[in-house]
Design a protein around this ligand. Structure first.
Ligand SMILES: [Zn+2]
Length: 442
């Protein structure tokens, strides 16, 4: 007997659609069938989409900047995520310099993350590392982490990693299949003084700072045969150049992540009175870059939100140096991107993310045997964003009209959100490993 049957759905199974019922047993997908089988509980999907739970590979819950802490902790952030159909997220360990510090950073984050209502993992983060790459990789692997993030920028706050180290790290990545996540901005071009006004934010970190850094990293990736994942790409030109010049490595060795805000807004909002509420790095780009990003969606492997909201009173400052960078967005992420792209966005929230981040086939798929992380989504419903369940006191997406709505979110066979109401949940830490069986489907 199955524990739960999700009836009359349009089930997404590796780019195919199957009309029928999905059955769950012991927290896993157990069967997909046109026939009605016996289940303890039944849920009527009423012809709506039945999708694998979404995976957000890039969030910052309870991020401490020294002066401020991001508005969502692991509880509020994960509840907000679940309302948006997210069943797994990957957060970041605090930046460290050595393997020993990594262990402490991991323990600290595990303690904070206990309140998550959905499953989660972590990426390691290094800043000005002082230990050889191999030792770092051995340590993160022992913690169930197959990915590590670097910044090429923020030398002013000692968070950057020099090219010499990245070059050595790429050599190790080629041997161990460790995914190197890189925040790519050319630090030599960026202006980071104390008196940059909000309206100057984009000009201080211009498009060319991202484009030129990513092209250099693409050459290094190719030279080393490394695995590199560029986080939060903001410019359409960046993706276009990669597609034109690095088609041989794009989506094989080199992967691009982008965020819903770069598809939704342009830098003109920074000129407005409440421009401070739209500040993140890299910044929002010109309308031309936004449009080009939309045109190049097929070359983007994964969508992450970089969810990192701060309350209004923390964002309201005259100069960017005084503003904690980041915005929220996990709750409406899928609907925003679905409104723009339709069905072709699904893999960028599910299978691609799972394959890239060592979670496939446990997550990102509804194949029998995988975790029963399921979203019931109505692709036709038009609705306006009204309120949210994040702890943040504003939402840049408020008032936006979207097409497609999440109704129900199930994590390992249990309802977290049922018909728009929060039920409860208890997330597990995911020991991730690189799975070389999967290939991403672009
Ligand atoms: Zn981030």
């Amino acid at each position: 007997m199955y524990s739960l049957g999700i009836l009359d759905g349009k089930i997404y199974l590796d780019k195919q659609w199957i009309k029928g019922n999905l059955y769950i047993k012991e927290g896993r997908v157990a069967a997909i069938s046109e026939a009605c089988l016996e289940a303890e509980e039944e849920y009527d999907a009423a012809g709506r989409f039945v999708l694998p739970g979404f995976i957000d590979p890039h969030v910052h819950f309870a991020l401490n900047t020294g002066k401020y802490t991001s508005a969502d902790d692991f509880h509020s952030g994960s509840v907000s995520a679940a309302f948006g159909g997210v069943t797994t997220f990957i957060d970041f360990l605090d930046p460290v310099k050595s393997a020993e510090e990594l262990e402490q950073a991991f323990k600290k984050r595990r303690l904070l993350s206990r309140d998550s209502v959905i499953d989660y993992g972590f990426h390691a983060t290094l800043s000005q590392p002082e230990e050889e790459p191999r030792k770092i990789i051995e340590k993160i692997e022992s913690l169930g982490i197959p990915s590590v993030k670097f910044f090429t920028t923020y030398a002013s706050s000692n968070r950057n990693t020099p090219d010499e180290y990245l070059q050595a790290m790429m050599g190790v990545s080629a041997e161990t299949s460790t995914l190197l996540l890189i925040h790519a901005e050319n630090d030599g071009i960026i202006r980071e003084d104390k008196r940059i006004r909000i309206c100057e934010h984009e000009r201080a970190r211009p498009a060319i700072s991202e484009i030129s850094e990513v092209i250099k990293l693409a050459e290094m990736t190719k030279y080393n045969n490394a695995l590199v994942y560029i986080v939060h790409v903001s410019c359409g030109t960046t993706v276009k150049r990669l597609a034109e010049g690095y088609g041989d490595i794009l989506n094989k060795n080199l992967f691009v992540e982008s965020c819903p805000h770069y598809f939704t807004f342009n830098a003109a909002v920074l000129e407005e009175e409440n421009g401070c509420l739209y500040t993140m790095t890299p910044p929002l780009r010109s309308e031309q870059e936004r449009k080009l990003l939309i045109q190049n969606i097929e070359n983007i492997a994964a969508i992450g939100t970089d969810h990192c909201p701060f309350n209004k009173n923390e964002k309201e400052a005259e100069f960017t140096a005084d503003i904690p960078m980041g915005i929220g967005g996990i709750e409406h992420s899928f609907s925003i991107m679905y409104s723009l792209f339709g069905d072709r966005i699904i893999d960028k929230f599910t299978k691609n993310v799972a394959v890239l981040h060592g979670l496939f086939p446990r997550k990102g798929s509804l194949l029998p045997g995988s975790d029963a992380d399921v979203v019931v989504f109505d692709p036709k419903e038009e609705w306006k964003v009204r309120g949210h369940s994040s702890n943040c006191d504003y939402d840049v997406y408020e008032g936006l009209t979207l097409k497609g709505k999440v109704y129900t979110t199930i994590s390992r066979g249990h309802f977290v959100i049922k018909d728009g109401k929060f039920i409860g949940g208890s997330g597990e830490y995911l020991n991730r490993r690189q799975d070389k069986k999967g290939t991403i489907g672009n």
